[in-house]
Design a protein around this ligand. Structure first.
Ligand SMILES: [Zn+2]
Length: 72
């Protein structure tokens, strides 16, 4: 896993992505939902089993992955 500073968050689904990997694949929007990506996010949540995670339920997460807690 790369440095957290290289991660960008989706404004829509809050999922985190590796900025370098996105650049290399030519992605400029969220690969998950097509939402806008931002570096302006705080907090970090790794969801490994969304069906059993209360936080995931609260946040409306329906897929395992890494998420930003706060996205501006
Ligand atoms: Zn998204």
């Amino acid at each position: 896993m790369s440095d957290v500073k290289n991660l960008v968050a989706c404004k829509e689904c809050k999922m985190l992505f590796d900025n370098e990997a996105l650049k290399q694949s030519g992605q400029s929007s969220c690969p998950q939902c097509g939402g806008q990506l931002t570096k302006d996010w705080q907090g970090y949540l790794a969801v490994v089993d969304f069906e059993k995670s209360e936080i995931a339920k609260t946040m409306g997460i329906s897929k395992n992955g890494k998420y930003a807690l706060k996205v501006r």
